[in-house]
Design a binder for this molecule. Structure first.
Ligand code: LRH
Ligand code: MN
Length: 458
């Protein structure tokens, strides 16, 4: 019988952060289909987010988006959320909806507009101080639509200047998370289009600047887990915006379109010991106590380094100082001292596992619950990977055995394990059914009458 204690323990530690905007109305440029009972302010969004945590037990944080979640008293909002058993997570700035930002925000050719945008970013750090949030998440719609419209390099300088101003304002333990996106709403250049551009800027800023991987922000066919592995090795993976897509930035429920991709991404995180601060390496269900024995041949993937600590010598040099690839020495494995320290549960900053989705046609709270369950299923499968067997097969060049080690875990039905875990956590085995039976959905329809339903206000 597999010893699943360590796997369950890891699943209990792993946390998922919900997007406040997923509870509001959303749609496409063609139509926003309003739904009854949609929250009308950040407090009601916190109520709905607390429902998701109540039935899943692993979603104790709600990210906010400013100004969509603007309130008079952010401490009061944080206290209200705390009263419902959750906390305010990342603060998302919004410099993509004001008329002034037609040609960009921090990259705009007009310094007056850049100053306005930077002032908003700094205001968001003030809000973090009030809510106790650790992360400022920055996504810029900035870009151009036609060749020659603006100078690509000059826009990068403007971006770097604004980011440096914000970075300088961060308090200890606070992080700036830079999110990249290939295109939309700009259709020729986007000023932060990919992981390379984001990594260059974050590396130039310092340890408190890390990259966010939104799973919907890549060109079709991009190997996202490769990017994740690289950012982990660079100690620059700050978080995920999880969702799924069939075509572009569809913002569908995570795992709905490509659960295998989600598994491959999470596998890289688990293998690097970065699922949560203190994650023990080499957790597998195959060998109980031996599960914590670390393969001294040094697993790949240098852990995310705490903002204050200097990066270990073995981590990737900053992208800007990398010589052309042919001259780069192979990345050496981390020194044993670090492995033992890490396997002894050294404190690591947590990667923010955030959802970033829009439930245009489906009921929003059950959709968020289903999304959290989809992430849990991918994490459970990744934790079931027999890491020593995988590494032995990889070292032996046994391609089929290595692939099988991963596919066996992926093809494992983890739903009974997760149902058991929820019961151990004092929760109903089926969170969606429990929520639907709670009567909350009907209650908010009758309560939330009048006032304006929250939305993107675009
Ligand atoms: C941009 C994005 C970003 C958010 C927005 C809601 O596409 O992914 O993370 O600010 O969606
Ligand atoms: Mn996003």
């Amino acid at each position: 019988m597999r010893d699943l204690t360590a796997v369950k323990d890891a699943l209990k530690h792993h946390q998922i952060e919900l997007p406040s905007w997923a509870f509001g109305n959303s749609g496409t440029r063609f139509k926003v289909f309003g739904q009854p009972s949609v929250p009308r302010n950040a407090f009601e969004k916190a109520d709905d987010a607390a429902q998701v945590h109540q039935y899943t037990g692993v979603a104790p944080a709600m990210a906010v988006h400013i100004p969509w979640d603007r309130v008079d008293d952010y401490e009061a909002l944080a206290a209200y959320a705390k009263g419902s058993g959750i906390r305010i997570g990342a603060v998302n700035a919004n410099v993509f909806q004001d008329d002034d930002y037609k040609l960009g925000s921090v990259c705009h050719p007009d310094p007056r507009v850049r100053a306005k945008a930077t002032a908003h970013l700094l205001e968001c750090v003030d809000i973090m101080d009030a809510t106790g949030s650790r992360d400022l998440k920055l996504w810029f719609a900035d870009g151009t639509n036609y060749p020659g419209q603006d100078d690509i390099a000059a826009r990068q300088d403007r971006l770097a200047e604004a980011l440096a101003a914000v970075y300088g304002r961060l308090g200890p333990g606070q992080r700036l998370l830079l999110e990249y996106k290939l295109f939309e709403p700009s259709f020729y250049t986007t000023d932060v289009p990919d992981w390379g551009a984001a990594l260059l800027h974050c590396t130039a800023l310092g340890d408190q600047a890390q990259v966010v991987v939104d799973t919907g922000h890549h060109a079709p066919g991009v190997n996202i887990e490769f990017i994740v592995a690289l950012l982990l090795k660079a100690g620059k993976l700050g978080g995920f915006d999880f969702n799924s897509r069939f075509y572009a930035d569809d913002d569908l429920m995570v795992g709905a379109a490509d659960p295998f991709q989600l598994f491959r991404i999470v596998h890289e995180v688990v293998k690097a010991g970065a699922l949560y601060p203190g994650q023990q390496l080499g957790i597998t269900a195959t060998s109980g106590s031996a599960a914590n024995e670390v393969d001294e041949k040094a697993p790949y993937g240098v852990p995310n380094v705490p903002p204050s600590a200097p990066p270990p010598a073995s981590s990737l040099a900053p992208a800007s100082s990398l010589p052309p690839s042919s001259h780069r020495p192979p990345a050496s494995p981390p020194p044993p001292s670090e492995i033992t320290a890490r396997s002894a549960g050294a404190q690591l900053p947590g990667i923010a596992f955030m959802l970033d989705q829009c439930h245009n046609i489906e009921p929003k709270i059950p959709a968020q619950i289903r999304s959290v369950m989809n992430v849990q299923e991918a994490v459970a499968k990744a934790l079931l990977v027999d890491q020593p067997a995988l590494r032995a097969a990889q070292r032996a060049g046994d391609v089929l055995a290595a692939n099988a080690a991963l596919m066996d875990a992926y093809n494992t039905d983890v739903r009974p394990l997760l149902a058991e875990l929820r019961e151990e956590m004092g929760l109903a085995p089926d969170p969606v059914a429990a929520y639907l039976a709670s009567g909350y959905a009907a209650a908010i329809v009758s309560e939330r009458v009048g006032g304006a339903a929250a939305g993107w206000g675009a």
